[in-house]
Design a protein around this ligand. Structure first.
Ligand code: ADP
Ligand code: ASP
Ligand code: MG
Length: 460
């Protein structure tokens, strides 16, 4: 059994959807197809909701555009006898969306819950439509089996319940090709529509692959595979044929947009390989992500960046800063704040760590609560926050042993005049992370890519 996920880039147009149809219909074994909303539609749905909130009637035009896009696809790709039902279904959903927008306009208010309802229309429309396009396909409504729970201010998957529901719904294999929507879910307690976060269709596919014990999880997108850097920024970036789960997890957590980060864990846990493939070039080999570590292959697999990070530094004169830093990181984790880099290089003088800028206020509060006694006794002081930074990650298993390579990369950055404000200390076995000013991030990535992959002696 295979699980295939097609992102917005693959379901955006008549042309891309005909590729999807061809790819899926050429598969003999049973498969589950997970699809995103039509490319760009989720952004437009959000824009429409904001217009409605601000009293701008242009939101109606957004509904019209969505209608036109779906109808054009029906016209081109659904066989005539089946057009009527799917058209009626799309029209019904658009009418519901219009009523929702009208409600938002009337109240002049847009809550997170209402926004979750708005964005759900993307996948609620695309998935039954794709099921009509593909021969021998059965449609399944994913909010029936993807369930979330509240965790701090986020919705996260209730993996145990979701696993059971997926098995109950799809486990009997009563389909040749199942088609379902990614991203959308239901709150397990309130029954309200929720979602797994932007880019979350990948995660839906992974939860299904893990629950059903799929042979492979295929992420179909618009590039030939996982590349050494974002190809939009680095034209010389090239496809990496193989990387480990850990490497891909690290690259995606550190900003590579190829896979939504929580996706990797469920399949990693079940040792189900992930393949990254190109809908527009299905013959390309793509990237395999498995648990195998090819020691002889390219050491560094890629460079990624989390833009808009802040660096929080603490002075801790005379205390073992490794100890205090790990307490700080644990406190962040317990409170749902992700830490991108920890630096304890001045062992007895303090430590620093990077977090996403929108979380820095929460991070300082957590730190102040955790170290209240130490701060009041003056054993720790000067929690300071530096803004407008980016954290860049150079990823490859075995990084720790590559001290010399790490140092040469840092020298290379310095030689290019890039200010490195903190590094990850060489503590991670997989990642060298550096914090640089946000406006130097692109140049830092270019420099690192050139050092690692133009002069192959460094990367190998
Ligand atoms: P989808 O709609 O298929 O989910 P995404 O836009 O989420 O597609 O992800 C694919 C995009 O990720 C590519 O078009 C590419 O521009 C971008 N990207 C960023 N970093 C990388 C990388 N290291 N390798 C490949 N693509 C990358
Ligand atoms: N449609 C959603 C988004 O644009 C989910 C996804 O595409 O994975 O974020
Ligand atoms: Mg994506």
């Amino acid at each position: 059994m295979r699980v295939l996920k097609f992102g917005g880039t693959s379901v955006g147009t008549v042309r891309s959807l005909s590729n999807v149809k061809k790819i899926v219909e050429s598969i003999e074994e049973p498969c589950v197809v997970v699809v995103s909303a039509l490319g760009g539609l989720t952004d437009r749905l959000i824009a429409g909701a904001e217009m409605a909130r601000d009293g701008n009637a242009e939101y109606r035009r957004e509904v019209e555009t969505a209608r036109r896009r779906h109808l054009e696809i029906i016209e081109a790709l659904v066989s005539p006898p089946r057009r009527k039902d799917i058209t009626a279904r799309i029209e019904e959903l658009l009418a519901e969306l219009t009523r929702l927008y009208e409600g938002i306009a009337l109240l002049g208010d847009l809550t997170d819950r209402t926004l979750a309802q708005v964005v759900s229309f993307g996948e609620r429309m695309s998935s039954p439509l794709v099921a009509e396009i593909i021969e021998n396909a059965t449609y399944y409504h994913s909010p029936d089996f993807i369930r979330t729970e509240r965790w701090f201010n986020k919705n996260i998957a209730d993996t145990a319940l979701t696993d059971r529901l997926i098995k109950e719904t799809l486990g009997d294999g009563g389909f040749r090709r199942a088609v379902t929507g990614g991203f959308i879910s239901t709150d397990r307690d309130t029954g309200e529509i929720t979602n797994l976060g932007r880019g979350g269709s990948d995660y839906t596919a992974a939860l299904i692959a893990a629950a059903l014990g799929a042979r492979v999880l295929e992420i179909w997108t618009d590039v030939d595979g996982f590349m050494t850097a974002d190809p939009r920024l680095i034209p010389d970036a090239f496809v990496v044929r193989h990387m480990t789960f850990i490497e891909s997890m690290e690259l995606c957590t550190m900003g590579a947009k190829v896979i939504y980060p929580p996706t990797i864990y469920p399949v990693f846990h079940k040792n189900i390989p992930i393949r990254i493939l190109n809908t527009f070039n299905p013959e390309a080999e793509g990237t395999w992500i498995t648990d195998e570590h090819h020691g002889h292959a390219l050491v560094v697999k890629g460079i990624s960046a989390v833009r808009d990070t802040t660096l929080i530094s603490v002075q801790a004169q005379g205390r073992d800063s490794t100890d205090t830093a790990s307490r700080a990181v644990n406190a962040m984790a317990k409170n749902g704040v992700s830490v991108y880099l920890v630096n304890t290089h001045e062992r007895d003088a303090g430590f620093a760590f990077a977090v996403a800028a929108p979380e820095s206020g929460t991070a300082v509060k957590i730190l102040t609560d955790e170290f209240g006694p130490e701060l009041s006794r003056g054993e720790m002081e000067n929690i300071s926050v530096s803004y407008k930074l980016a954290t860049i990650a150079v990823v490859g298993e075995g990084m720790k042993k590559r001290r010399e390579m790490q140092e040469s990369l840092l020298r290379g950055l310095a030689a290019s005049g890039i200010r490195v404000l903190a590094t990850s200390d060489g503590t991670s076995d997989t990642t060298l992370a550096v914090v640089v000013p946000a406006d130097e991030a692109d140049r830092a990535i270019e420099t690192l890519h050139c050092l690692l992959f133009a002069d192959k002696t460094v990367g190998k």
